[in-house]
Design a protein around this ligand. Structure first.
Ligand SMILES: CNc1ncnc2c1ncn2[C@@H]1O[C@H](COP(=O)(O)O)[C@@H](O)[C@H]1O
Ligand SMILES: [Zn+2]
Length: 363
């Protein structure tokens, strides 16, 4: 586990509200139980259950969203989630979240994203780089006196998610917001939410607009069987897709020839019973076919996992050694939605040195 932990890693599929620390979730639950807003006997079984079906996971998200409705909490969970990823040597993180409107607390989609940005700015335990193009890459290489402890640095970019329960108008609002927030590190759009709800075509105008405006697009694709949707999503040619669990032969052929990178979430797929067992997980086949892949957590809080554990899980399940895992992690850099300057920086560093380059020795 040690080398999986110390290896520099790239996380491209992590949902903010799915990545909350257990201790924070518990604290927030107790707070609302105390205020009589929720009845613990009604939610206990959802929180405590280990393997949850896809439907049950979305029930849990509804509960989590009740706990995280105000700006302060959104700021807090953003800070904690980024600190947690940095602590396990994630050097580049694309964090996604669904901007939410909540009139009862004066929250608009815009103020939600501002609360996330406030969380990014409030981090003091590690250096967070989230403004594109602001970094003079040379400064990363400049020698800083090697005294004192090492200070970690994490590069964070944001994706704004469209929830499959939303209207076409709300989705367009999210895309426009992403454009406005581009100077603050928003680089793309994600389509997620309960895969059994809604029709993805509702969001096509918003997704097309995003692409025209050169925002990157990633889609949750094939989390449940839906042949027509999967085909249409692949035809759309997003820059990445998440999951790809229920593809049929013709979809696999299309995916492989398209070279669309796949965000692989092993624990999430196994725990939601989306994939029967790890032995038959499509990671094995795609890896052998040298298809672009990136290991991700999806919801580290909800599934009690971490990126380190996902790497270990893949290594143990598919018989991969350190070198292969290193390569997997390094290749992920190619599939980021990072600005070109940052991508060049990451590519220019020999991978084993990446961690030490992004870390700064503190005086
Ligand atoms: C398990 N697989 C999954 N499939 C689809 N969507 C998922 C998901 N896991 C999370 N989300 C999406 O992310 C939201 C929580 O984070 P944010 O409130 O956006 O930060 C969920 O409500 C859902 O829309
Ligand atoms: Zn996801």
């Amino acid at each position: 586990m040690e080398w999986c932990l110390s290896m520099p890693k790239v996380e491209l599929h992590a949902h903010l509200n799915g990545s909350i620390r257990d201790s924070t979730l518990l604290e927030l639950t107790e707070g609302l139980v105390g205020k009589g807003v929720i009845d613990i006997s009604e939610v206990e079984h959802i929180i405590k259950k280990y393997n949850r079906s896809v439907a049950e996971v979305f029930k849990l998200f509804d509960l989590i969203h009740i706990l995280t409705t105000d700006h302060e909490t959104v700021t807090r969970i953003t800070r904690e989630v980024i600190e947690d990823f940095a602590s396990e040597n994630v050097v580049y993180l694309e964090l996604r979240t669904t901007p939410k409107r909540n009139d009862s607390v004066g929250m608009s989609k815009r103020s939600y994203v501002e609360a996330v940005l406030k969380g990014l700015r409030s981090i003091t335990s590690v250096d967070v780089d989230f403004i594109p193009h602001c970094e003079d890459s040379k400064s990363l290489f400049s020698s800083v006196p090697a005294i004192g402890h090492v200070r970690k640095r994490i590069y964070v970019r944001l994706l704004l998610s469209i929830d499959r329960r939303e209207t076409a108008e709300a989705a367009m609002e999210t895309v426009k917001l992403a454009l406005e927030m581009r100077p603050f590190g928003v680089v793309g759009i994600d389509l997620s939410g309960n895969p059994s709800i809604g029709d993805w075509a509702t969001y096509l105008p918003a997704l097309k607009f995003a692409r025209e405006q050169r925002l990157y697009v990633t889609l949750h694709c094939g989390e449940v069987p839906n042949s027509v949707e999967i085909k249409n999503m692949l035809d759309f040619r997003p820059q990445r897709i998440g999951h790809a669990c229920h593809l049929e032969d013709e979809h696999w052929r299309q995916l492989k020839s398209s070279k669309i990178p796949v965000e692989i979430c092993l624990t999430s797929n196994i725990r939601t019973l989306t994939i029967r067992s790890i032995e038959v997980h499509h990671f094995g086949d795609l890896y052998k076919a040298k298809h672009p892949l990136v290991l991700c957590t999806d919801d580290s809080g909800v599934f009690s996992t971490s990126l380190t554990e996902e790497y270990k899980f893949a290594a143990d399940s598919f018989g991969l050694g350190r070198r292969e895992m290193f390569e997997l992690s390094r290749n992920a850099i190619e599939y980021t939605f990072a600005d070109s300057k940052l991508a060049i920086l990451f590519r220019s560093v020999p991978y084993p040195r990446l961690k030490s380059v992004v870390e700064k020795k503190k005086e």
